[in-house]
Design a protein around this ligand. Structure first.
Ligand code: PEP
Ligand code: MG
Length: 579
């Protein structure tokens, strides 16, 4: 009887899946040490060069495939791979050692590669360390080509499987047969790792950062992947397996029922209609947004344009993406958030020094205001794209009115330039502020006079108001969306906005929780922007309760004294009002 294990990691893409594990092993990194004679050296050099050419052709092929299936942005990840193939230090290092030591090229190459990888893994810069996986990926490919083996395992899977790997390289993910790979789990990686981003875009349940998945799981093991909770159960007993299978089928059925609401408005029975939009990170998620019946995008995070690359995105890249998204979402609108780097969103091509307190540091709008040459490129692209669909723009991490004014001044300069150049844009584009810092939440009456809308970012607002790091699992118990302090801040934002006719939305995760959605509806929130998969559930809540019921419930919640009480009360009310 195989041992049952529960592994906990980071939820990367939601969904529950039960299936057989398929471990991608480290077989690639083993070679024989075979001595050669001096006369064999030229032949080995030729084999090496041929392997490099073949690898290059393979990568270009993958790049084309990815570009077709997932868009140019994803394909660009492979530029870094092509660069590894042209790295003189690596290539010359191999040839020099081959001539000196006279072992077969596979062995020499692997030795040089290992040394190279070791050097990189000691570098402090997280971006450069991430390049390590590019080097490893390309290195394995070269080795396979030297040995005449093709990594076609992933393309030729015969049955539906869950992939277990230390990490999945972009080329691994790209060559997967989507119908056969029903889930993936990895030892390393965070929410913004390639694997996580791709899994979400492909809508395949995934858990990353499990640390020991490859050590604890063997090919053929039965596993349950809970991409929503970030858990993996290995070799569950029959009863657990049956329970999860039922749960998984129930989820599918529930989803089908909820999808019936797709074309109905998010309106209470007594006629209060709210905007129910979705959050996206990649244009590839649009299909899911439409399928789940969201009306527009309430938060388009744009950090991904800047990630996994050495250069900065061009104005055209921004423009094309925004234009495409806005055209696809028509007649609804898209709220584009300007660059929110910093905290856990780290980009090293921008040469930002390491800070003691990154969440409180030189980030988001603070960085953008200090680097107008970078900020204005994005502003110009958003404005230009606004001529093609309904776009709105919002600034992240606004701490007070001065920042909002400064950002708006820059926006005005860009508008002026476009007018001069006779480039069309939407003169009435709405410009809003994210409210995710307590100082902004408390001065919303002032901000409301100069903003068109507010979007409450509870992910950060909670961490700043309770002083609880949003990614530290040790203090996760303190991270309470319904803490009375947070509720009072939210109420203040909504009331202050409404006094000045400013609509107020929420794009933080709190809005995706049905019980809290009920409370937020009662507090008067105008727009809910949630993850695409959460849209039908929130719509059901809104369509099930009257505004009066929600208001009464919110009124009572505001009198409670702890976050736990509010949460329990909200859940109880949800059960009662939304059966
Ligand atoms: C937030 O802070 O609530 C938010 C939506 O933005 P992010 O999660 O990208 O910081
Ligand atoms: Mg935020």
């Amino acid at each position: 009887m195989k041992k049952r294990i529960l592994l906990k990691g980071i939820p990367a893409a939601p969904g529950l899946i039960v299936g057989k594990a398929f471990c991608l092993g480290s077989e690639d990194m083993q070679v024989q040490k075979r001595a050669i004679s001096e006369s064999q050296v030229p032949k080995e050099v030729t084999r090496f060069k041929e392997a490099l050419i073949k690898t290059r052709a393979e990568i270009l092929d993958i790049q084309k495939k990815i570009s077709r299936e997932m868009g140019v942005r994803h394909a660009q990840i492979f530029n870094a791979h092509l660069l590894v193939l042209e790295d003189r230090t690596l290539i010359e290092g191999v040839i020099t050692r081959l001539k000196k030591e006279r072992f077969c090229i596979e062995y020499i190459f692997l030795e040089v590669l290992k040394k190279y990888i070791k050097t990189f893994s000691h570098i402090d810069d997280p971006y450069l360390r991430e390049r390590l996986s590019d080097i490893e990926d390309v290195g394995k490919r070269i080795l396979r080509n030297l040995r005449g083996i093709r990594r076609d395992i992933l393309t030729n899977l015969k049955e539906k499987l869950i992939i277990v790997a230390y990490d999945l390289s972009p080329s691994d993910t790209a060559s997967m047969h989507k119908e056969k790979v029903i889930g993936f789990i990895t030892d390393i990686g965070g929410k913004t790792s390639h694997t996580a981003i791709m899994a979400k875009a492909l809508e395949i349940p995934a858990v990353v950062g499990l640390e020991e998945a490859t050590a604890k799981i063997e090919t053929g093991d039965n596993i349950i992947v809970d991409g929503t909770r970030g858990e993996v159960l290995v070799n569950p007993d029959r009863a657990t397996l049956d329970k999860y299978k039922l749960q998984s089928e129930k989820l599918v059925r529930q989803e089908l029922v909820l999808l019936k609401l797709r074309d109905l408005p998010a309106e209470t029975p007594d006629g209060r209609e709210v905007q129910l939009a979705a959050n996206i990170e990649l244009p590839e998620e649009l299909a899911s947004v439409v399928a789940h019946g969201a009306r527009g995008i309430g938060l388009y995070r744009t950090e991904y344009f800047y990630m996994n690359r050495m250069d900065l995105p061009t104005e055209e890249e921004h423009f094309e993406a925004y234009k495409k998204v806005s055209q696809q979402v028509e007649p609804y609108s898209v709220v584009i958030r300007t660059l929110d780097l910093g905290g856990d969103k780290f980009l090293s091509q921008l040469d930002i020094p390491q800070e003691m307190n990154p969440y409180l540091g030189w980030r988001a709008i603070r960085f953008c205001l200090a680097r107008p040459e970078i900020f204005k490129v994005q502003l110009r692209a958003i404005l230009r794209a606004s001529a093609y669909g309904k776009l709105k723009l919002m600034y992240p991490m606004i701490s007070g009115i001065e920042e909002l004014r400064q950002a708006n001044r820059m926006l005005e300069q860009v508008k002026e330039e476009l007018r001069r150049r006779k480039i069309p844009f939407d003169e009435d584009i709405e410009v809003g502020a994210m409210i995710e810092i307590p100082s902004a939440a408390l001065t919303c009456d002032i901000l409301a006079k100069e903003a068109d809308f507010f979007s409450i970012g509870t992910n950060d607002l909670i961490q700043y108001s309770i002083a609880v790091d949003r990614v530290n699992e040790k203090i996760a118990y303190l991270y309470e969306p319904a803490h009375p302090a947070v509720l009072r801040l939210i109420k203040n934002v909504i009331d202050s906005g409404h006094k000045e006719n400013v609509w107020v939305g929420m794009c933080g995760e709190m809005a995706s929780e049905p019980a809290f959605a009920l409370l937020l509806l009662g507090l008067g929130l105008d727009e809910f922007s949630v993850s695409p998969a959460a849209v039908p559930g929130i719509k059901r809540v809104i369509r099930s309760v009257t505004l009066k019921q929600a208001k009464d419930m919110a009124h009572k919640a505001l009198t409670l004294t702890t976050g736990k009480e509010v949460e329990a009360f909200s859940k109880e009310k949800l059960k009662e009002l939304v059966p």
